[in-house]
Design a protein around this ligand. Structure first.
Ligand code: PMP
Length: 431
């Protein structure tokens, strides 16, 4: 068949030109050539519902963002050492979406760079070196940030100034635990031990870096006050709290603009990327005036592209669309509608153990029927491949890769959700 011979040629060319092990999705990789709103089109003109991509946050090729990028690109684009209004306008608009204590911004090109800078900020602001992260996480690809990641193989072994604590998991409780509150108490005990260990080693605590909804870790249901307790302990030890909003930000959870609002705490530093420019590469760090002052006066930081006029025009346009189209409210409403629908559907299938998530970020845990704690990654993978065959794009996540990950562009409507679950019912009943 035409498609697979073309796919095979492209795969061979990728391997020859880009080297082996370049990640692609699906048993049969997809070749998209066009996108519009929540729809993607492949090289054969086939249409797919996008229930996965968070980078085209306000919809693929949103005309307002495209227009803003092309208008600015045809007027001026430079590095960031000249004066320009867009960076100021954007910093003003962006920081206005945060708690009033978080009033200054620094721009980068990726989420990895943003986290890399945030680590340096935490260290300069506190004078300490120790960093705490959860034990199943991904925060980016720079050398310093990659060292924090346990989700992927470490290149470098543990750095001496790092401590990991268990990522919260509301579904897989440990023996003796009855509730997610018990689970949370265990994580806090590990946090206390990590803090003491860093202090005993003489590193002190510079901070903790975490995703406020633990998205890559499987978006657990968190007990109220959990993140406030983490923040209180870190601050008492002289550290700062860095919220990685790369996945959870820009209204994704439907509870305000930021994942930390959903989780009920205010960080000292927030980092962001992916959805920020709707696909144009822009990332950033928002923090307090004090931390920014400490960082800017004790370091020299310069980023050639980060915060250039075109990137800031893209960022501003994304904020416009989120506001004008009520996308945070849409995420809340369609997210609630979807989870309710998903729960009804899941009752029919013994291999779905849990439905959870927030706003337009939700999923399902695949298990062996009757065995709550036995993950079925094979079945989840087959289901995801079948969804793609049936024209719906979504993903997998979680420690055992047995979790459906549904995280569509934010204009995802109830009608789109109906379509998603219609296809899913068909797919799940074929498994
Ligand atoms: N933080 C989180 C939580 C992420 O999921 C990712 C990317 N998957 C990053 C940071 C890194 O972002 P980037 O790829 O833009 O460097």
């Amino acid at each position: 068949n035409m498609t697979s011979s073309r796919t095979q040629l492209m795969m061979a060319r990728r391997e020859r030109l880009l080297g082996p092990n370049n990640p692609t999705f699906y048993e049969e990789p997809v070749h998209f050539v066009r996108g519009e709103g929540v729809w993607l089109y492949d090289a054969n003109g086939r249409r797919y519902l996008d229930a996965y991509n968070n980078v085209p946050h306000v919809g693929h090729c949103h005309p307002h963002v495209v227009e803003a990028i092309s208008r600015q690109a045809s007027t001026l684009n430079t590095h960031t050492r000249y004066l320009h209004d867009t960076i100021l306008d954007y910093a003003e608009r962006l920081t206005a979406t945060f708690h009033r204590s978080l009033s200054t911004a620094l721009f980068t090109c990726t989420g990895s760079e943003a986290n890399d800078v945030a680590l340096r900020m935490a260290r300069t602001a506190t004078g300490n070196r120790g960093i705490i992260v959860t034990d199943f996480t991904y925060h980016g690809n720079t050398t310093a940030v990659m060292e924090l990641a346990t989700l992927l193989p470490r290149e470098d072994g543990f750095s001496t100034y790092l401590r990991t604590i268990p990522a919260p998991d509301s579904y897989h409780l440990e023996p003796g635990e009855a509730t997610k509150e018990d689970m949370a108490a265990r994580v806090l005990q590990h946090l206390d031990a990590a803090i003491s260990s860093l202090q005993d080693a003489g590193h002190g605590v510079a901070g903790i870096l975490l995703c406020p909804i633990f998205a890559n870790e499987g978006f657990p249901d968190l007990p109220p006050g959990f993140l406030q307790s983490i923040a209180a302990r870190i601050r008492a030890a002289g550290g700062v709290v860095i919220a990685d909003e790369v996945q959870s930000g820009f209204g994704r959870t439907g509870a305000g603009m930021w994942g930390h609002e959903y989780s009920g705490f205010v960080p000292d530093i927030a980092t962001m990327g992916k959805p920020m420019g709707n696909g144009h590469p822009i990332g950033g760090v928002v923090t307090t005036a004090e931390i920014m002052h400490a960082f800017r006066t004790k370091n020299l930081y310069f980023n050639t592209f980060g915060g250039n006029p075109v990137s800031c025009a893209a960022g501003l346009a994304v904020l416009d669309v989120i506001e004008r189209e009520g996308l945070v409210e849409n995420a809340r409403k369609v997210g609630e509608y979807s989870k309710a629908k998903f729960r009804i559907l899941a009752h029919k299938f013994g291999f779905i153990g849990d439905i959870r998530g927030a706003g337009l970020f939700f999923g399902a845990e695949f298990i062996r029927p009757g065995e709550r704690l036995v993950a079925d990654a094979k079945l989840a993978k087959r289901a995801t491949n079948l969804m793609r065959e049936n024209g719906v794009v979504m993903g997998l996540i979680g420690r055992k890769e047995n979790l459906f990950k549904i995280r569509p562009p934010m204009p995802f409507s109830r009608a789109n959700a109906d379509h998603l679950f219609e296809v899913m019912e068909h797919v799940l009943s074929r498994l």
